[in-house]
Design a protein around this ligand. Structure first.
Ligand SMILES: [Zn+2]
Length: 69
């Protein structure tokens, strides 16, 4: 059990799936990959697949609601 750095109360772990925000350069990179037949599409497929399985554990305080990743 973790202790809250703000109030010293108990913190509970929460698993939250987080998607990385896509920037302009990333979208441009996807479009370039889309223009490359077969090889680019395979790379794009793996890139898009890797984005979804991102799980982060957050610790949330029961008393004051303080949260940290
Ligand atoms: Zn707290």
């Amino acid at each position: 059990m973790r202790q809250c750095p703000r109030c010293g109360g108990p913190m509970t772990a929460q698993a939250v799936s987080v998607l990385k925000p896509r920037g302009c350069l990333t979208v441009l990179f996807y479009i370039i990959l889309l223009c490359i037949p077969v090889l680019g599409w395979i790379a794009l497929f793996f890139l898009l697949r890797g984005r979804k399985s991102r799980l982060r554990t957050y610790f949330v305080c029961n008393s004051c609601g303080y949260s940290r990743g």
